[in-house]
Every structure is written in C-alpha cells, then in structure tokens.
Design a binder for this molecule. Structure first.
Ligand code: C5P
Length: 232
C-alpha cells in the first residue's frame, strides 16, 4: 500500500502573532512543519507533499528533508489541499493507494496515530479520522451569549488529523466539490460525497497550535517528554 501524505502548511499564522508563516515557527528549535513531516514518515507514510505559501518556497525547501515535495497552497485550506492532491495524482509519480492529509499546525502528533489511520485504510475503510471524546459540558448559546440548551456530549468527538482516505475516493470527492467551497477538514469533503467516515483513537499530543499558549504547551511537552496517551 503506497501512502502519500499532504501536509497543509500554507496558512499565515496571524492568530499566533508570528511574523513568519505558522508552519515555519520554531518549536524546540525546529519549524512546526518539520515535526509534522517527520512524525508522518515515522508512522509509515512513504512520501510527503507540503503545501506552502507561494512566497515562502525557499524557506520551506531549506527547512524540510530532501525528498519532500513542495506545492504552492491556495487562499483557503480546502484550496491548498486541492493543490496538494493534484501533485499526488501527477501521472509521472508512483500511484498512491491512500492519501493522508495532515495539518502542519499539529507538530507533535505521535507516529502511532498515522499508523492507526494507515491500518484502518489497509483493512478497507475508505475514509478514517482520529478522534477524541469531548470532556467539557457543551452548550448552545444565542446571539447574546445566553445558554439555550445543553448538548449531550457522549456521542460528540473532536476530530484531528492526519485523516486518511482511499486515493480515488478523495480525488472524486474533491472533483465533485464546488471550486469555491471552503470546508474545515477533508472528512467533510468526502462526507459531502456520501462516503462513510470511520474513526480511530486520536491523541491529546496532536493538539493544534493556533494561539501563543498552544506553542507554550507544545514547548513544555517537548521538554518534559512522553506523557501518556489519552484515547477515545
Ligand atoms: O488556520 P488553521 O490552523 O485552521 O489551518 C490548519 C492548517 O491548514 C495549517 O497547518 C495551515 O498552515 C493550513 N492552511 C493551508 N492553506 C491555507 C490556510 C491554512 O495550507 N490557505
């Protein structure tokens, strides 16, 4: 099973308050995107395509290991993944059987997570996402911020990446999607095409780096070392 990963890394990092693209922000001295790529390769992915801001190609090429391909991203994450997928399906390359899509913003995703996603794909699932339970009481609010209802949390899950797909299924789902569609993850793209999405346990260490506090937590996690897995 030939597995190619697309790492979405073309975001700006404005919420992180960084002067450089978020994926290039250092965590323990190495850019977030380098952590993300290395975790995928350690988890069993054969090849990696990284979608980058077009103006920052040189900086990404300097940071990433040889053999990682770079593709200019788009204005939205959906557009960036679409560009990455076009590179994966390049007829001049070995055909991928499965595609994993991961966020550079999840630098500390343990290799085990990619391995679980790959195992589920190998067992025949067309689409797989890592998930974690929701532990907080979760409510709906009105426009004024007043609580209108509580949502039963037992069936709720937080969805992480890497998300894995049968390549042909993902390509067909993106082809069927409107050009200007903007969805927050790739499972939503295949679900829109009627594909069943299955789950595997995610990991708290896959937490997304969005605001400065997240980077502080990630730095601490690297400093303190492995700290137990919380699974769904
Ligand atoms: O902004 P957010 O953290 O939700 O982005 C998730 C991932 O998608 C990040 O790794 C970011 O670099 C990537 N992204 C992208 N192209 C965009 C916007 C975000 O590849 N236009």
């Amino acid at each position: 099973m030939h597995a190619v990963a697309i790492v979405a890394a073309a975001g700006s990092g404005s919420r992180l308050g960084a002067a450089l693209p978020k994926a290039l922000v250092p965590l323990a001295g190495r850019p977030l995107v380098v952590w993300a790529v290395e975790g995928l390769l350690a988890g069993g992915v054969d090849e990696v395509v990284v979608t980058v801001p077009a103006t920052e190609r040189a900086a990404f090429a300097d940071a990433l290991p040889a053999g990682v391909r770079l593709v200019d991203g788009g204005a939205t994450r959906t557009a960036s993944v679409r560009a990455g997928l076009a590179a994966v399906t390049d007829p001049g390359r070995p055909a991928a059987d499965v595609v994993l899509v991961h966020d550079a913003a999840r630098p500390l995703t343990p290799p085990d997570v990619a391995a679980r996603v790959l195992a589920a794909l190998a067992a025949g699932a067309p689409a797989v996402v890592p998930v974690l339970p929701v532990v907080d009481t979760t409510v709906l609010v009105d426009d004024d911020g007043a609580v209108t209802d509580a949502v039963p949390r037992a069936p709720l899950r937080r969805v992480q990446t890497p998300q894995g797909f049968d390549r042909a299924t993902l390509v067909a789902a993106y082809s069927a999607l409107a050009d200007d569609a903007e969805l927050t993850d790739d499972a939503a793209v295949v679900r829109a095409a009627g594909v069943r999405v299955t789950t595997v346990p995610g990991d708290e260490r896959s937490a997304k780096v969005t605001v400065p506090h997240d980077l502080t937590v990630a730095e601490l996690a690297v400093t303190l070392g492995p700290s137990g897995t919380v699974t769904a």
